[in-house]
Design a protein. Structure first.
Length: 679
């Protein structure tokens, strides 16, 4: 039972110390529904809980720290309220899923003390969730503080078997399909983790503003408690910091519906505003690339007969992209280091020298001439030292060549998987290995972003750290993978149809996703091959809208688009930067429908996708407001089915206004896309 309720607390303002138990404090949301409670027990252990309109959502859950070189901060603690405030403001994103973001929350800080040391716990409560973080003062400890555990727990008050989670500490980082289990079956999970709880509330646990700290995974305890666990460094220390610092925000989004969850801006709101100033050089867009050919085995990264990255091939792509009015061109395999087993080439990659047959200067100039943004690729194979040694020279060169987009990659290597080789340790300089989501790598990714900003380069990071909203502070941190993406359909047993209906409610809650949708030839190895894409062709179009990314890939080969120019028209029309995004309806793991308004225009684009079940939805166009629109609908045909007939698609045009509705049938593994152009 939540203490605040056990004590019958009624809070007049958003903070109140309770009449009968001054050790229990409550901070409420602006609309008064969601509430964060904090208290300490007889042993002085600090707990928090969260309730929604009086119903517990998170039961009493522990807070505190353990250190390697200081007394733990866990028991015999006192809580005192400190500063408070309320915020209600609008701010603008330079690019994003919506231009204007509202930040509306109540804030309260608490001083937590063990008699000799003090920490600040800062709490922000929004209508759709809470965030809290710890602030360590300069005098908490002389010299370096070594954190061995953050005690933060999340005790799910209404567990259900609809807990969606991505396993942590595995060989392929975040690249797994999501498990759907009860809370007690969670082992180690990355965040965002989402529970559709037994009261039908969505509860998403994540973190915001992960800087110079290790990322938090959730360790299952075979009960309703998920224990926050900081990813360890090579020596067992999870975080090392000196001087004053703050932890990332621990976040819990709580909503009554799927659409409210998908509309939340909480993660962005808990990040610092743009630190880069004028970022007009960060350009969203749709890109194609010398890429899918490697994954389906038609091309190679390495030199040889089927080498993908040649000057001629690059020009051919640039011509196609320019002819069809798309924005960017990615080239992989352009640089030295791909020959042999590239995953083992961590120390061999050069980021400034091109392979034979690829003339970087010529391609960069040609792209500029054709008004196409060149996106260069830097695969590190996890060789961080090799990369850091070259990063500055490489980024400076790219800027000189007019290249302002970079895709980075961190595929790990060797039997030390999944630890990334990466640096020599401080004491005896031997080589050590680090997890890709521990503090060392968090700091590496940050270095890359800040250095790229210096050279006006926008980053699309593969094998990244999970997104925690830093794109607000560093708008050149545009998009990233951190997911089991389309590439898995090329060379593994692939992704199940439900996968992409889970992602908006989990991985995308952290931020944009470079999933690389838009493949038309979904049976590239034949209908019977296990390597195929488990969607209809119409769903591939829908994913361009549903899976938000400011750099959105149209992943297929030019010839497959040329063969279906009628469907390709949607990819030519759809933008990657939005004025507004409206989730219209959905349910995690089932289906989702999004409408998004193009930035700087009256045009709208809709994408709807379903899992393995066929279903109909009714699109209500009232969101367009006034005016008459020409709608082009790309939907599954009557015989469509991802498994037996993925190419059955229908294209229709019609006129719609705010009063119109449209029933659309989605096939098994299917979907639909609509473009709305104001007349
Ligand atoms: C994995 C990335 O996700 C993929 O996009 C890339 O092509 C390969 N690594 C090679 O770097
Ligand atoms: Ca990958």
């Amino acid at each position: 039972m939540i203490r605040a309720f056990a004590l019958g607390v009624v809070c007049a303002a958003f903070l109140s110390s309770c009449a009968k138990g001054p050790e229990v404090y409550t901070v409420t949301a602006p609309n008064g529904e969601l509430a964060f409670h904090i208290s300490n027990d007889e042993l002085g252990r600090v707990h928090y809980s969260v309730s929604d309109q009086g119903t517990p959502v998170i039961n009493d859950s522990r807070l505190g720290f353990a250190f390697a070189n200081a007394a733990n901060f866990a028991d015999a603690l006192y809580i005192a309220p400190a500063t408070s405030g309320s915020t209600d403001l609008l701010w603008e994103q330079p690019w994003g899923e919506r231009r204007v973001v509202r930040d509306h929350h109540n804030e309260q800080s608490f001083t937590i003390s063990d008699g000799s040391r003090e920490l600040t716990l800062r709490v922000r409560v929004f209508d759709e969730g809470v965030g809290f973080r710890f602030e360590f003062p300069d005098d908490f400890k002389d010299g370096k503080l070594l954190i061995t555990d953050e005690l933060t727990e999340f005790d799910i008050a209404n567990p259900s078997d609809r807990t969606f989670w991505n396993p942590a500490y595995n060989k392929d980082r975040y690249e797994y399909e999501y498990f759907k289990t009860d809370v007690a079956s969670v082992k180690s999970a990355h965040t965002p983790l989402t529970v559709l709880d037994s009261t039908e509330r969505y509860v998403t646990i994540h973190e915001a503003s992960l800087i110079d700290y290790s990322s938090m995974v959730l360790r299952g305890t075979q009960s309703s408690v998920l224990k926050g666990e900081l990813v360890t460094g090579y020596d067992g220390v999870r975080v090392r910091r000196s001087g004053a610092f703050t932890t990332p925000w621990r976040t819990i989004q709580v909503t009554d519906s799927a659409t409210e969850l998908l509309s939340s801006n909480l993660i962005l709101n808990l990040n610092e505003p743009n630190k880069l100033g004028d970022v007009s050089w960060v350009k969203p867009g749709i890109y194609m690339g010398i890429w899918w050919g490697m994954h389906v085995g038609e091309n190679s990264w390495a030199t040889g007969d089927i080498l993908g990255a040649t000057t001629a091939e690059a020009k051919r792509y640039i011509d196609f992209i320019s002819e069809h009015g798309l924005d960017g061109f990615l080239v992989e395999g352009w640089n030295i280091g791909w020959d042999g087993d590239w995953i083992a080439n961590a120390d061999l990659f050069s980021f400034t020298e091109a392979q034979p047959f690829f003339d970087l200067e010529t391609v960069a100039a040609y792209a500029q001439e054709k008004n196409v943004d060149l996106v260069l690729h830097n695969e590190t194979s996890g060789g961080i030292k090799n990369y850091e040694d070259q990063m500055e020279d490489a980024y400076a060169l790219y800027q000189e060549l007019g290249v302002n987009h970079l895709k980075t990659g961190y595929v790990g290597f060797s039997n030390r998987y999944p630890r990334h080789d990466v640096h020599t340790n401080e004491d005896d300089q031997h080589l050590v290995y680090e997890w890709n989501h521990g503090q060392f790598m968090v700091n590496h990714y940050q270095k890359s972003i800040e250095l790229a900003a210096k050279y006006k380069i926008g980053i699309n990071m593969h094998e990244p750290i999970k997104p925690t909203g830093l794109r607000r502070t560093y708008p050149n941190f545009m998009t990233r993978e951190g997911v089991r993406g389309q590439e898995y359909n090329a060379w593994s047993e692939g992704n199940q149809p439900a996968h992409t209906t889970i992602l908006p409610f989990t991985r995308l809650m952290g931020g944009p996703l470079d999933f690389t949708p838009g493949v038309f030839d979904v049976t590239f190895k034949g209908m019977d091959a296990s390597e195929r894409i488990r969607t209809t062709i119409a769903k591939q179009l829908a994913l361009m809208v549903v899976l938000y990314s400011p750099l959105q890939m149209a992943a297929d080969l030019p010839r497959n688009y040329a063969a279906k120019l009628d469907l390709f028209q949607f990819i030519k029309d759809v933008p990657a930067d939005w004025e507004e995004s409206l989730p219209l309806e959905g349910e995690i793991g089932e289906y989702v429908v999004y409408a998004r308004q193009e930035r700087g225009s009256n045009n709208w684009f809709i994408g709807g996708i379903t899992n393995e079940d066929a279903r109909s939805v009714t699109v209500d166009f009232s969101f367009v407001g006034g005016g008459t629109y020409t709608a082009t609908v790309y939907r599954d045909g009557p015989e469509a089915d991802w498994e037996t007939n993925p190419y059955d698609a229908v294209i229709e045009t019609m006129t719609v206004t705010a009063d119109s509705t449209l029933d659309v049938m989605m096939a098994k593994g299917g979907g639909f896309a609509i473009s709305l152009v104001k007349q």
